[in-house]
Design a protein around this ligand. Sequence first.
Ligand SMILES: [Zn+2]
Length: 205
Amino acid sequence: MGTVEPVPTARAARTRRGVTAVLMAAVCGAATALGVLGATGRAVLVWDRVVGRPIPIVVEMPGAETGPPCPLDARYVDEPPDRLPPDALAAWQRLRSAAEQDGVRLCLNDGKRSREQQARQFAEAVQDFGSAELASRYVLQPDESMHVVGIAVDVQPLASAAWVEEHGQALGWCRRYENEPWHFEFDATYPTRGCPALLPSATGS
Ligand SMILES: [Zn+2]
């Protein structure tokens, strides 16, 4: 947990522009459901659960802080996945069902985070490591994390993660980093395009 993935600066800037566009649309009361081109270049659903309240955008939507212990290994938890954006949530449920059919239980040790939750993880890392520079080797800033975008899951225990690495691509889930065998990202094109080459780490360090 705690580590995430690098995003080129230009991509992060595009995300901020997309967020600004959605907030402007919300201010104008244009709609209660909007699409925004997210950090992955895909449409990210934005929704308004309570009419009359500001529209929560995906990056501000917090995930569960924790969950019940993972039945396979109590060092991990199994978070409720319900704060994942709809396409990632549906893909996660398909993945979990396919694993179950193979007799494998997947625990969602960490999934959706809000920008605020990610910022808190970074602040804790600064405390732990003593400087922002050192912390940034292990934890990404909010604008860089695919957990904040809502397309990343950390699967535990590692035997279950290994099942995802072997079978997940057909369902849109790929491992991304050599140093994070538990971290998978969803992309609807992975089943046809295949998984990208593994990167050494999320932070590039
Ligand atoms: Zn992760």
